[in-house]
Design a binder for this molecule. Structure first.
Ligand code: PLP
Length: 351
């Protein structure tokens, strides 16, 4: 039987979906336990939730739409941009390799999608993206740090792309920005065509709750809100969001571990002669060579689930490993060492 979603790989460490490998703040569990039956039986009222989220991001509540995970924010943005026009010539630009929902969302709204390949070492292809902009462009998706490469889009490039396409919406997906060095949020007021997407799935460990948001100038925000289901956020998820935001110690502690875990993964790759790319997110992309999918299976047999990205465009032989709790990273490194010891990755052969 096939069901919707991505099936769980079963027991073992989940280092394949860039979740928070340490769970969430204990305050979230306490807050959910304290909920009552009538909390659950009433439709939610977002008058406390939207301002709390806006306060966290330092923006006006009028700029925020809460979304059922950022996945929904991506789909709703595509729907807001393309859903009410029936012009098959209109285009979306998506640099690749990319997070799959950009392509499924633009396909869902029948937008012509222009895929732009990366530069050397997965550098953001700024000139090629700028060159791909036409009068038909209506959506440009930028993802910084990028999933699956971990690379960032330079701030000035975001400005240039936004300025070059005033007739288009620029969706700036910052799902992993807590692990990087700074958000574009402070510049948002200067760019009316930019929508910033954020999520509580990664840094805050609420992936199972589905809490995200999009932030944009009210003109753009209004178009997104117009296609948003009226009760898209459930009350348990909203309770979790407030509790997560009340715990100021959780985030810095986890981010510190992610940064150290990335270093340990780089060090292991250097030791094992595995090509890898320094990442600004909570995962590291590495090239293990022709046997990538066999290696993913072998790592799973060692109790470590990682993601096969070898079929992504421009990513032959690549796998992606989530960097989270240090102990989990050490187990991933030990599993990687076992795979190398078994001769599955030829020394230098992954280059
Ligand atoms: C780049 C990127 N954007 C958005 C998301 C979606 O996050 P959410 O769990 O909030 O739907 C992910 C999740 O993996 C992601 O990698």
């Amino acid at each position: 039987m096939t069901v919707q979603g991505i099936p769980s790989p079963g027991s073992g460490l989940r280092l394949h979906l860039n979740e928070n490998t340490g769970g969430c703040s204990p305050r979230v569990i306490e807050a959910i336990r304290a909920m009552s039956a009538t909390d659950l039986s009433a439709y939610p009222d977002y008058r406390r939730d939207v301002p709390a989220c806006a306060r966290h991001f330092g923006v006006d509540p009028d700029w925020v739409v809460l979304t059922n995970g950022l996945d929904e924010g991506i789909l709703l943005t595509a729907l807001a941009v393309f859903g009410r026009v029936h012009d098959p010539a209109l285009e979306a630009i998506v640099p690749v390799p990319a997070f799959d929902p950009y392509l499924t969302s633009t396909a869902a709204v029948a937008a012509r999608t222009i895929k732009v390949p990366p530069g050397p070492d997965f550098a953001f292809p700024a000139d090629d993206v700028l060159a791909a902009i036409t009068p038909h462009t209506r959506l440009i998706v930028l993802n910084t740090p990028n999933n699956p490469t971990g690379q960032t889009v330079p701030r000035n490039t975001i400005r240039r792309v936004a300025a070059a396409a005033p007739h288009a919406t620029v969706l700036l997906d910052e799902a992993y920005v807590e692990f990087a060095d700074g958000s574009f949020l402070n510049e948002l007021p200067a760019h009316r065509n930019v929508v910033i997407g954020r999520t509580f799935s990664k840094a805050y460990g609420l992936a199972g709750m589905r809490v995200g948001c999009v932030i944009a100038h009210p003109d753009v925000r209004e178009a997104i809100r117009a296609v948003t289901p009226v009760f898209n956020m459930n009350i348990v998820a909203m309770t979790a969001m407030h509790a997560a935001l009340s715990d100021e110690t959780f985030l810095p502690r986890y981010v510190a571990q992610v940064r150290e875990s990335r270093e340990r993964l780089y060090a292991a790759c250097r030791r094992l002669d595995i090509r890898h790319w320094p990442s600004s997110a909570n995962f590291v992309l590495m090239r293990v060579g022709d046997r990538a999918s066999e290696i993913v299976t072998a790592l799973a047999a060692e109790g470590v689930h990682v993601r096969d990205r070898s079929r992504d465009p421009h990513s032959p032989g690549c796998i992606r490993i989530t960097a989270g709790v240090l102990e989990h990273t050490d187990r991933a490194v030990a599993a990687l060492e076992a795979v190398v010891a078994a001769g599955m990755i030829a020394a230098g052969g992954s280059r």
